[in-house]
Design a binder for this molecule. Sequence first.
Ligand code: NAP
Ligand code: G4F
Length: 327
Amino acid sequence: MKNKRKAIVTGITGQDGSYLAEFLLSQGYEVYGVMRRSSTQPFERIEHLIPRIHLVEADLLDQLSLIRILKTIKPREVYNLASQSFVPTSFTEPVLTGEVTALGVTRMLEAVRLVDPKIRFYQASSSEMYGLAPRSPQTLNTPFYPRSPYGIAKLYGHWMTVNYREGYKLFAVSGILFNHESPRRGIEFVTRKITDAVARIKLGLWDSVTLGNLHAKRDWGFAGDYVKAMWKMLQLKKPEDFIVATGESHSVEDFVKEAFLCAGLSWKKYVEIDPRFYRPAEVHTLCGDAAKARRILKWKPEVNFKGLVRLMVEADIERVSRQLRVS
Ligand code: NAP
Ligand code: G4F
């Protein structure tokens, strides 16, 4: 029997890790998901995958643990999705964010270089690196101007990936992904916070939701679409960086309106603003130009803005209703 291709996915318990694992399994991969030891099991997003994937313990803070898993698993591809990914936490825990989101990338690149430089490496870079961008849409030539410790940490990881590609000839690529969401998005991120609240308000559990800056604009796509671009990048003949985005930008207020509309509600009655949710430095507008991904990867988003909001609202109404039925 032909040997299956092996892939290691860090951040397997996160939103993207779960979608990427599903996609790699559908492509016939043997998937090794990296989880860190924690006192409670954070398997909510991958419970359904556990019989089909291998979970291995390692931590981006621990260099030797990364070397060990590469030596024992001998993967063809490594997808480095793990990070401290929440921007507000990066302001309150900037050093931890730097250790995981920035230096963690170097630890993984060093492990690849030392154990097997033929391993193909994907780095989960972010549109947050553009921050206060001078123009829109952002392209691969737009200068970076990160506005948070998270954005700065991601920029370091991005340049380390470029540097290991140029310096050591690794097949290392940086995917600059704009915001992507799903029913598996962490509840602290604004889209999921909104759709979860819409569900609770619709079902009579809450009577309001408190948000921060409604004027910020983001280029929101569907996570299930974006993980396919990650994989496509690692199948190319030569390693290159790409932007992955929809090319459409909407405000938080647009998202709120659309989400309440999906539930047949008018948003103004239910939304309160609290400056507690403002950031020390805001990223006002992000909009990505994914022309290169369309051309070379033959990638395009399948889910549009309204479709994304609807699928998230419906999933949250279904989930909260289920919880009510069992309680
Ligand atoms: P997420 O849901 O927050 O998942 C983050 C993952 O990182 C979790 O599995 C977490 O594990 C893991 N992790 C955190 N610290 C770790 C450590 N020290 N060692 C090993 N694993 C650790 O993030 P996501 O939305 O799936 O995003 C995936 C990646 O893409 C992240 O790097 C994020 O910064 C980046 N990104 C995301 C977006 C987006 O819009 N979603 C856009 C651009 C870039 P635990 O379960 O143990 O906490
Ligand atoms: O949903 P957010 O927290 O995502 P943010 O900061 O754009 O970061 C996400 O996308 C990045 C890609 O650009 C990723 F790299 C990163 O890991 C993460 O996945 O906030 C979006 C916007 C912000 O402008 C924020 O100020 O929503 C605004 N917002 C308004 N009210 C709020 C709230 N954000 C949150 N989290 N909570 C609020 O109540």
